[in-house]
Design a protein. Structure first.
Length: 202
């Protein structure tokens, strides 16, 4: 089993681990329990599946204890992965410092860290028993068109302010010139992400 896991992508390993091992245990013990499971963020460096559980907020403490005890009791050591327990609100508060159920304003979009948005849009919802996690993730999938256009044009505006013609006259020393070139290169890289409509990762 471990060798077959290694031949799969990380998401595939997590998905198969959940459906073949974890989910049957939970259904057998708590068949009516509502929860969601996801693999959010970039975790390719991990050797074992890392599952993120999301529970109903009003029942979080109780449900977390039940599932934690169940998995520790029932799973064999070779299958023990890394688990996180969240509510949808707490997860987005942790990574974005924002209530995900709020209507997102333009000011909110411009205040968000692209690194955080990239993290939250990476990965997969494996089981959305709460019927809410996929909806919330889709809200933050990418910028609205007006926000995207503003950010895209802002990068071009930044580049246009950097004069490279007659650079020996404009810039007094080589270090300053190289710094400007570096800034332009970074801006061009950001433009590539904007053109592909992808968040800029950290």
């Amino acid at each position: 089993m471990q060798n077959s896991f290694k031949s799969q992508s990380y998401i595939e390993r997590c998905r198969n681990f959940y459906h073949s091992v974890v989910r049957p245990l939970i259904i057998a013990e708590y068949p009516k329990l509502k929860y969601s499971v996801a693999v959010i963020g970039k975790n390719d460096e991990l050797n074992v599946p890392k599952l993120q559980f999301f529970f109903v907020e009003s029942e979080f403490a109780k449900t977390r204890l039940l599932i934690d005890e169940l998995l520790k009791k029932k799973l064999k050591q070779e299958y023990l992965g890394i688990y996180e327990f969240h509510t949808i609100t707490s997860f987005y508060q942790q990574h974005l410092h924002y209530n995900p159920y709020k209507k997102i304003s333009t000011r909110d979009w411009l205040s968000f860290s692209q690194e955080a948005l990239s993290f939250l849009s990476t990965g997969e919802v494996i089981d959305d028993g709460l019927k809410k996690l996929i909806f919330i993730r889709n809200k933050f999938k990418y910028y609205p068109s007006d926000v995207w256009l503003y950010l895209y044009l802002s990068e071009w505006d930044f580049i246009s302010t950097k004069k490279l013609v007659n650079s020996s006259v404009i810039y007094e020393d080589e270090v300053t010139f190289e710094l400007v070139l570096s800034n332009i290169s970074e801006s061009l890289l950001r433009l590539c992400f904007f053109m592909e409509k992808q968040y800029i990762p950290g």
